[in-house]
Structures are given as structure tokens and as C-alpha cells.
Design a protein around this ligand. Sequence first.
Ligand code: DC
Length: 223
Amino acid sequence: MRINIAIDGPSGAGKSSLAKAVAKELGLIHVDTGAMYRTVGLYMLENGIDPKDPEAVSAVLNDVKVELEFQDGVQHIYLNGRCVDSLIRSNEASMYASYVSAIQAVRDFLLNTQRQMAEKQDVIMDGRDIGTVILPNAALKIFLVANDEARARRRYKELTEKGESVTFEEVLDLMKKRDEKDKGRKIAPAVPADDAVIFDNTEYDLQQCVDYIISLAKERFSI
Ligand code: DC
């Protein structure tokens, strides 16, 4: 049986770190779908295209090539042949990602790539609509949440470690705005699937979260 694990939830809930660690322990590929939306957003940013304009964005999608490469299970992402792992993490790219992700044509553009990856190999895929839209048949779906301050603290640490000059308040404010948009949008809103396990990890450290998900995976996939 193909192992497909979906991890959804708001930004900064810890999806990526958790998925990465679980992937390593279980020998799965970790697919970070947020990076794909960020890459499409980055293209719009670099080419002066309004990310809120569905027509303008749709018109250039044919010029956007998003490719993923995995080295030791770690994902690297390419925009038209150029590695953009770091560029997609800026605050600006985050906002652009959020805008383009609300456009149906962008979601359709990425959907097949995401589904095919999960068909071809055992994956743990993180995003917002993995359990609801991309992999509705995944045998294990997690919806990861944590309180706002905890999430903003993690994002702040991540950004400042990379040398971005932001304040904690800016990060918190931007994160809340982005979440509202992701949750409230009409298409593929970031909400849990009916059969998702909702896991609030505010009080847990990474290893405790990993152990919990692995215990669920062992049960669901008989591994
Ligand atoms: O997980 P992230 O912060 O890297 O995601 C970037 C943006 O992309 C975020 O605003 C929500 C959006 N996104 C989405 O709509 N669907 C996904 N499957 C993954 C991300």
C-alpha cells in the first residue's frame, strides 16, 4: 500500500519541520507544496505582475516552470531552471504566494504535479488542501495547529536567522492577515478534512510531535 500522509494547517504551525522529520524516520519523500505556490508568486514578483489579478496571472502561467528535486529526501525547488530555495522565503514572496494561491488557474496548474508525486512514491505532503483536495484518499491526514504567538515566534526565528530584518509584531500581523485570507477564500480554503486528526502542538516539542505522527502512521499503514 502506497504511504500517503497529508499534513495541512496554517503557516508557522510547524508542518514543514514535522513533515521533514517524519519523512526522514520513515524513509518517505517530503513534499512542501507551499514552496510551489511561493515559486509561482516569486515569478509574478520578479516580472511585475499583479498577483491579485487572476487574468494577468493566468496569462503567464505557461511561462512558469516549477520543478522539484529531492536530495537525501530534502526538497529543492527550481523556477525555470534556477534554484529558488531561499528567494521564496522572504516576506514579500509569502504575500505573493498567498495571493496567487487564491487563483483557481494556479491551483489547477499545480494539482497534477502534486497528485502524480504521491502516486509515484511514498510521500508526506504538507500544505493547506492536501487532505481535502489533492489527496482525499490519504489514509492519514493531520491538521496541525498552534496558537498565534507560538506560530509567529517560530516564523520570526526562521526569518531573523536568515538575516531578514523584521520585528516580531510585523511577523505576527502579517501571519494573521495571511491566515485569514487562506482560510476565508472560496477555493480550497485551509480547513481540516472531515477525517483529519486535528493536532494542536503548541505545548509539544518537535520530537514529541514526530513520535505521535509516527505512531499514527504505524497504525494506519501497518508498518
Ligand atoms: O506553507 P507556506 O507558508 O509556505 O505557503 C505559502 C502560501 O501558499 C500560503 O499563503 C498558503 C498557500 N498554500 C496553499 O494555498 N495551498 C497549499 N497546498 C500550500 C500553500
